[in-house]
Design a protein around this ligand. Structure first.
Ligand code: PA5
Length: 438
């Protein structure tokens, strides 16, 4: 279960009718971008036969590999990594299959190191790109594919799986030409809403995690939202963040006290940032991992300029426990005996409460989202919770949650600067612009 609590709140609520309207637009598929709502029914997105096929594919990849490289960027990367990092052991068994990532940047140093490492282990590649043309992923895949062909010769094709569009894009053509097994990201699902499709499910299954439970959590959340309507915490969260935004709070800081949720926050940042940041509007999503960041960003949160509110992503119970709680020490040399008998989680929860109260004194409004535990079912619930909340929130803001026109601007410049055919005019304009700067 995911619950929502308003800790400190300083904004008048949005009119109920406005929230109803945004909720209705999404549910009745009448809002902007309504041709990208394939994620809304998670059971239909990954029906049992597809789920079984993905599990079998994952087993095959695990059997033949010590390591699987997942190549993708943005929505074709962050969801899988968020779930894998949250659910995998912090100190994995050295025998277990290792998941590595590629295609999410263009650092030469990283790829030189990655390819050198791949010389030493048996590996497979999952390449994910809906468009099939994203430069970062395409460049990484060319390097990986060539390495794989050099290493495995005629058997290289057994070590590559593609996830891409049903019919179009360079990756689709390449998959057909080389005979790679392929899975489809449906036309009506955008990258950042694709965690519960093959895009997220295959890498997560390859990591040895329980994709059935993840999906069951999302299905449950879908049903809960439909039953509770605008009373549901996901819709209330969407309304509260818009109420704060209208009061001038333009930054939402998602805070966790569980380091394993760091990448989940990265996924959340992308979901809300790319869905809402348009037409000169939107809340800037930021993230912190406490208590670590209380010793870096804590000062600013307590005392700096007041632009932000905090949403605490809280976990009620840990999956793993230290064998004994803090035992009293006979000489109490570290002066920690006041913690005697307490478990670390209890200490961490008090750190959280202390932070909520301190930041309240510092004038930072805050909300708490609580989940029972970081397990596959709850993560599935949380994924769907945020996807749905994001749709409602963007409609309240008055933008299309499902496009990302702003992402194209840097690509155009990069292609022009690199001399890509078709970008000659843009290249000349950039040259002139740079001359003027000198
Ligand atoms: O959410 C999105 O649509 C984007 O973040 C895309 O996932 C990202 O740009 C990668 O695109 P593609 O899957 O086409 O390579």
């Amino acid at each position: 279960m995911i619950t929502l609590q308003r800790n400190t709140f300083v904004a008048p609520p949005l009119p109920a009718q406005e929230v109803e309207e945004a909720y209705r637009l999404l549910c009745e598929r009448k809002g902007r971008g309504n041709d990208f709502l394939g994620w809304m029914d998670p059971a239909a997105l990954a029906p049992p036969a597809l789920l079984e096929q993905l599990k079998q594919e994952a087993l095959r990849l695990r059997r033949q590999s010590r390591c699987v490289v997942v190549a993708g960027i943005g929505g074709s990367y962050l969801g899988a990594r968020a779930v894998i990092e949250a659910l995998s052991p912090s100190f994995p068994d050295s025998e277990d299959v290792r998941i590595l990532y590629a295609g999410h940047h263009l650092s030469e140093e990283y790829y030189a190191e990655l390819l050198a490492y791949l010389d030493t282990v048996d590996y497979s590649i999952i390449v994910i790109s809906k468009s099939g043309t994203t430069t970062e992923t395409a460049v990484a895949f060319r390097l990986l594919r060539q390495h794989c062909e050099r290493k495995y010769g005629s058997r290289a094709a057994e070590r590559v799986v593609c996830i891409t569009d049903r019919a179009k894009g360079a990756l689709k053509s390449l998959a057909e030409e080389k005979g790679y097994p392929s899975y489809v990201l449906p036309d009506d699902v955008g990258g950042r809403y694709s965690v519960l499709s093959p895009v997220g499910l295959l890498p997560i299954a390859v990591a040895g995690l329980d994709v059935s439970s993840l999906l069951a959590g999302a299905v449950r959340m879908h049903q809960e939202i439909r039953m509770q309507g605008t009373e549901h915490p996901a819709v209330r969260y969407a309304a509260l963040r818009n109420a704060l935004y209208r009061q001038g709070f333009s930054i939402e800081v998602m805070a966790t006290f569980e380091p394993k949720l760091q990448f989940f926050i990265e996924w959340w940042k992308q979901l809300f940032g790319e869905s809402e940041g348009k037409e000169r509007k939107g809340v800037f999503p930021a993230g912190v991992v406490y208590t670590t960041d209380l010793h870096s960003m804590g000062q600013f949160m307590q005392d700096g300029s007041r632009l932000m509110w905090e949403t605490f992503l809280e976990v009620e119970r840990p999956q793993w426990h230290c064998e004994v709680p803090m035992l009293p020490d006979s000489d109490n040399g570290d002066a920690l005996n006041f913690l005697g008998g307490k478990c670390l989680h209890e200490i961490n929860r008090k750190a959280c409460l202390g932070t909520v109260l301190a930041h309240e004194d510092g004038g930072v409004p805050s909300l708490s989202l609580r989940m029972d535990a970081v397990d596959a079912n709850h993560l599935g619930q949380l994924v769907y919770f945020f996807e749905f909340a994001c749709g409602v929130s963007a409609y309240l803001l008055g933008v299309n949650p499902f496009d990302q026109p702003g992402v194209e601007a840097y690509k155009k410049n990069m292609f022009a600067l690199l001399g890509k055919p078709g970008y000659e005019e843009a290249a000349a304009a950039l040259q002139q612009r740079m001359q003027r700067k000198k």
